[in-house]
Design a protein around this ligand. Structure first.
Ligand SMILES: CC(C)(COP(=O)(O)OP(=O)(O)OC[C@H]1O[C@@H](n2cnc3c(N)ncnc32)[C@H](O)[C@@H]1OP(=O)(O)O)[C@@H](O)C(=O)NCCC(=O)NCCS
Length: 180
């Protein structure tokens, strides 16, 4: 990727699935946290407004990173490989980041931050005042962006940190002395 390459964020489509699955394997396969390709495909189908890819705007359209989310009605611990047909609630007010990942060759260039800011934008748009996710290795990255750790769990022998982000409260009305 040279310096003139344009990077865009756009909705993830079925045509991106093979690249997303390859990234999932490359990033999470190394420590046994890769997910079922059927589940990843279902996320795009069930909540397309919550799934985006970061793409090189070239004829090859290389996917550099991706974000998938779903909405929940009640807070709970996330889990790998859950069927979004069962877990996504269109009227839910909690945004669960099921995956946020940047390809190994493209990490540490700010792309993760772009994806995370977009997740927060999705939460605001979908009127979700709370975001939940779990991460094995990126606790510091999320803390730096205002998330706090609310729990720990283990799946497939992998220790996972559960992180939460809460929409900052609106500033309450301020009384100005002298005004009616
Ligand atoms: C975590 C991740 C999304 C960050 O994306 P990025 O584009 O590298 O991040 P940015 O350039 O915006 O910011 C760099 C930060 O990411 C951290 N980071 C970079 N590579 C990382 C990796 N492989 N694992 C964990 N954190 C990583 C850096 O340490 C830095 O954090 P710091 O400022 O607290 O030191 C990305 O590295 C990644 O996909 N890692 C593996 C998958 C993962 O852990 N995803 C999150 C759980 S769903």
């Amino acid at each position: 990727m040279d310096h003139n390459t344009r990077i865009i964020l756009r909705p993830a489509t079925e045509a991106d699935l093979s690249q997303i699955m390859a990234l999932d394997q490359a990033i999470f396969g190394a420590y046994g946290a890769a997910e079922d390709p059927v589940v990843i495909g279902a996320r795009l189908a069930v909540f397309p407004a919550g799934c985006v890819v970061l793409v090189e705007q070239t004829s090859e359209g290389v996917v550099l990173g991706y974000l998938t989310t779903e909405k929940w009605a009640t807070a709970r611990e996330p889990a790998l490989d859950e069927d979004p047909h069962l877990t996504h609630k269109p009227d839910g007010r909690i945004l669960n980041i099921t995956t946020l990942a940047v390809g190994p060759a493209y990490q540490n260039r700010g792309f993760g931050e772009i994806l995370l800011q977009h997740a927060i934008a999705i939460a605001r748009r979908e009127q979700c005042p709370q975001i939940l996710l779990e991460t094995a290795h990126a606790e510091r990255f999320y803390r730096r962006h205002g998330f706090t750790k609310v729990g720990e769990r283990e799946q497939r022998g992998i220790p996972l940190h559960i992180m939460q982000w809460l929409l900052p409260p609106l500033v309450p009305p301020v009384t100005v002395f002298g005004e009616e």
